[in-house]
Write a protein that binds this ligand. Structure first.
Ligand SMILES: Cc1cc2nc3c(=O)[nH]c(=O)nc-3n(C[C@H](O)[C@H](O)[C@H](O)COP(=O)(O)OP(=O)(O)OC[C@H]3O[C@@H](n4cnc5c(N)ncnc54)[C@H](O)[C@@H]3O)c2cc1C
Length: 422
């Protein structure tokens, strides 16, 4: 049997952002076959970014049907929100997805099972934040005057630290590396955010490794103890692909390596992986890991187009190859990052009072990453500079990395686009 030119039935595994956008994209692109949507949380699809940014002032989930329009639950034929997939078997022209209640067979599968927060072995006493239930748990424990230790000064750790301190919680953030956000931004740019912690009333302890986590605090290597009423592990996320074991080859980090159509690389053409589970190949940026909202928002439409019209190949434009984009509101600052910096890239700073820790409120700055020794721009991080956000978004829409004159790009009085040379 051959793979059908167009599937007549699709099973979507995961009812988060990527899963719900997949269902919406199927209907928007004219698919009138049978759609099954499987979820694991017993809740309609909701938005995760508010869980940290609005931990205390938004107590109900932000439903994606309200936020983005397109009601995946209403658009699918068979919706089971509390039926986690337990296994996937891929046949030559069909797929079987097993749950505790039986097996669903369909012509195609879209894997959108997202990620889950990492909790290292021995850290059982630490809370994590990934779901609406996690957020409710944190809210119930973090009242004014309580003490919170956050392990990890990454995106989520920084966001929670800021809102918790603003809500009257005494917050200490412990970071193993030399600066906040080091894995995303590198230590030099990450260090530019360190002063935000004290300004927000948060103690930041860097280059400090946790030796032990207990319900009443953490002990650092070297013996320092930090007492707490709650410990939050915010040390990253891992793709939620354990259920695929044996069904599809996985990368070492648990992600599904996909091509530009979000089909598993070299794998079956009637399966797609979208959102946090996918590690995709971008013509402009190389290998792009999942883990961010915008990727989960955009990847489903691309995946669905190629699933429904198998002969089409994605083009190099922004709709087919969106630039990696991360946003964050943390410790009183608005961050937007486009592209993907390489570890050895050169950094050029633009704006701010020497773009440093003493930058006055409202005095934003932008970091620009260039491929070593070249004028090829790999990434832009704009901090409190909305104009640079709009410009950066446009820069990464061509087939290749944009080329900028470094000197002009560093001048904050010039528009970023005025630095473009090619
Ligand atoms: C607190 C928080 C704040 C964030 N803030 C930002 C931000 O500011 N900016 C940004 O860019 N990104 C942010 N993110 C990341 C962003 O939310 C994710 O990238 C996005 O939610 C990914 O969507 P997804 O659908 O791929 O995965 P998920 O949102 O994880 O959804 C996957 C769904 O699949 C379900 N599932 C898992 N396994 C199975 C199974 N076997 N069967 C069926 N269902 C299953 C899960 O329960 C889940 O509901 C944040 C994430 C969190 C947790």
């Amino acid at each position: 049997m051959t793979v059908p030119a167009q599937p007549r039935s699709v099973v979507v595994v995961g009812a988060g952002l990527a899963g719900s956008r997949t269902v919406v994209a199927l209907r928007e692109q004219g698919f009138d076959g049978h759609v099954t949507l499987l979820g694991a949380e017993g809740l309609a699809p909701y938005d995760r970014p508010p869980l940290s940014k609005h931990l205390f002032d938004q107590t109900a989930p932000a439903w994606l049907a309200d936020e983005l329009g397109g009601d995946a639950v209403g658009l699918a034929d068979d919706v089971r929100l509390d039926a986690p997939a337990l296994g996937l078997r891929i046949g030559p022209s069909s797929v079987d997805v097993t749950t505790a209640h039986g097996t669903t067979t369909a012509d195609a599968a879209v894997i959108a099972s997202g990620s889950h927060a990492i909790r290292p072995a021995g850290w059982d006493a630490a809370a994590t934040l990934h779901t609406a239930a996690d957020a409710a748990h944190l809210r119930s424990r973090l009242t004014p005057g309580t003490r919170l230790v956050v392990i990890g000064a990454g995106w989520i750790g920084a966001e929670v630290a800021g809102v918790a301190a603003a809500a009257g919680v005494t917050v200490t953030v412990v970071e193993a590396l030399g600066a906040p956000l080091t894995s995303a931004l590198g230590v030099d740019v990450g260090a530019l955010t360190a002063s935000w912690y004290a300004a927000a009333g948060v103690e930041l302890v860097t280059s400090a490794r946790v030796a032990q986590v207990r319900a009443d605090g953490v002990e650092l290597e070297g013996g320092r103890r930090l007492d707490a009423d709650l410990v939050l592990a915010a040390v990253g996320a891992r793709p939620g692909t354990g259920w695929l074991a044996g069904g599809l080859p996985l990368d070492q980090d648990g992600s599904v390596r996909v091509d530009g159509t979000f089909a598993p690389q070299g794998g079956p053409r009637h399966v797609r992986a979208v959102g946090d589970v996918a590690r995709r190949l971008s013509a402009r940026h190389g290998v792009v890991a999942g883990g961010h909202w915008d990727g989960a928002l955009r990847s489903p439409a691309i995946a669905v187009r190629s699933l429904l019209t198998p002969d089409t190949r994605p083009g190099p434009g922004p709709d087919d190859d969106p630039a990696p984009y991360v946003f964050s509101t943390q410790l009183g600052h608005e961050l937007a990052m486009f592209g993907q910096p390489g570890a050895a890239d050169d950094v050029v700073l633009r704006g701010g009072s020497s773009a440093g820790p003493s930058a006055a409120p409202g005095d934003g700055w932008t970091a620009l990453w260039f491929s070593p020794g070249t004028d090829a721009l790999t990434a832009v991080l704009a901090v409190d500079r909305p104009r640079d956000v709009a410009a950066a978004r446009r820069l990464f829409t061509g087939p290749a990395l944009p080329r900028l004159d470094r000197g002009r790009a560093a001048d904050p009085t010039l528009a970023l686009r005025a630095a473009v040379t090619g």
